[in-house]
Design a protein around this ligand. Structure first.
Ligand SMILES: NC(=O)c1ccc[n+]([C@@H]2O[C@H](COP(=O)([O-])OP(=O)(O)OC[C@H]3O[C@@H](n4cnc5c(N)ncnc54)[C@H](O)[C@@H]3O)[C@@H](O)[C@H]2O)c1
Length: 355
């Protein structure tokens, strides 16, 4: 056995439970990390190459995406390896999205962490919605309405309550009453101070009188109607096509995580753009413009504001890094030995090699 440890490589492994137990389900942490990631990106500190997409079924869009990003200022490079299998919940009763994140330092290029990534990925979606709400929702908002009661909706409720603490009531509409009941049960346990109820699959009822509206569905249909949106509402659009065009048209501001990315995708705003119903000048700006103080957020109590994020993977890596620091400090995770020494320094190599 080679006693020289110079070539040992170790990293840390964090399961989802390690991250949760280490206090990482903290939306303030995620929102701060997402904000800093956006400002770092604007400041030229982030390398953000194109994602790699591998689609295994064109019809169902089952896919695995590889999304890298590097924070030069923090000397960390990361990648999110995320699977999206839309038939999973329907056909197998298991989750659609699953992810792992790998972080490496860029002084020697060695890995520092391998971590469960679904938590970070879902928290990023919520954190971006929460950051937007902090700047774009009325800060006296009391009622929040959801269309869709799945994983993203649940995380969004935590984010919205964190960003707008005045929220008191939540109503949720989904495809089935069972899903609504599950949302109510799970979220009431986490947010006992809120009054949370199901809408009995009546989507209009779900958003009736809501100051904050969230659509987070797997539907591809115009579920949310403009008539249901009250003056002064903030709307966070999470899924694909889930609102009629008239909703965006009724808004005085449309804000995206990145309009140039949004306009080439397939959700409502992208469809409107492709149909000539929305132009660049209709979009107020990107969230970072508002976070950086370069463009105004909400200016009047009665304006309806639309937010749509499709995901900037460098924010996922920024959040993963914050979670890594938090969980490590809490003593969570396990040391994972990647190698004891270099390949040809192993004394047993002659026994192991196959020639
Ligand atoms: N914007 C982003 O960055 C981002 C990131 C991840 C996921 N997403 C998208 O968010 C959406 C929700 O994801 P999820 O993981 O929460 O999904 P999920 O499968 O857990 O939940 C989907 C929800 O949609 C509801 N729904 C479907 N059809 C409906 C209908 N006709 N009427 C009412 N409700 C209906 C279901 O009842 C369910 O509550 C998906 O479209 C997903 O692709 C967006």
């Amino acid at each position: 056995m080679n006693m020289n440890k110079q070539h040992e490589i170790h990293c840390h492994y964090f399961s989802q439970e390690d991250l949760l137990g280490g206090g990482c389900l903290d939306m303030k942490l995620a929102m701060e990390a997402a904000k800093n990631a956006m400002l770092d990106h604007r400041g030229g500190e982030v390398l953000f190459p194109e994602k790699i997409v591998q689609i295994f079924n064109d019809e169902t869009q089952e896919r695995i995406n590889c999304l890298p990003a590097t924070f030069l200022n923090r000397k960390v490079c990361g990648v999110k390896w995320v699977s999206v299998f839309p038939p999973n919940p329907v056909v197998h009763g298991i989750q659609n999205l699953s992810a792992v994140v790998i972080l490496s330092e860029i002084e020697h290029g060695f890995p520092i962490a391998i971590m469960e990534g679904t938590l970070c990925s879902n928290m990023r979606v919520g954190a971006m919605g929460g950051l937007a709400a902090r700047h774009l929702a009325r800060q006296d908002s009391e009622a929040i309405g959801f269309i869709g009661s799945g994983e993203q909706a649940k995380m969004h409720l935590i984010a919205m309550k964190t960003a707008v603490p005045s929220l008191k009531r939540c109503c949720v509409g989904a495809k089935t009453e069972e899903e609504e009941a599950q949302f109510v049960q799970e979220m009431s346990a986490i947010l006992p101070e809120m009054e949370i109820a199901g809408a009995g699959t009546d989507l209009q009822r779900a958003v009736d009188g809501a100051d904050v509206i969230v659509t987070a569905t797997s539907a591809q249909a115009p579920l949310l109607k403009a008539d249901w949106v009250k003056p002064g509402a903030f709307y966070s659009h999470v899924g694909g096509w889930e609102d009629e065009y008239a909703v965006a048209k009724a808004c005085s501001k449309i804000v995206c995580d990145d309009w140039e990315t949004v306009k080439h995708r397939t959700q409502t705003l992208s469809r409107m753009y492709k149909d000539g119903e929305l132009t660049d000048s209709d979009v107020h700006g990107n969230l970072v413009d508002i976070v950086a103080g370069e463009k105004p957020g909400r200016e009047r109590d009665d304006e309806i504001i639309y937010f749509n994020a499709v995901g900037l993977a460098f924010t996922d890596i920024g959040i993963a890094l914050a979670m890594y620091d938090r969980a490590l400090e809490a003593g969570m995770g396990q040391d994972l030995k990647i190698q004891s020494t270099m390949i040809f320094e192993h004394e047993q190599l002659r026994d192991w090699v196959r020639i």
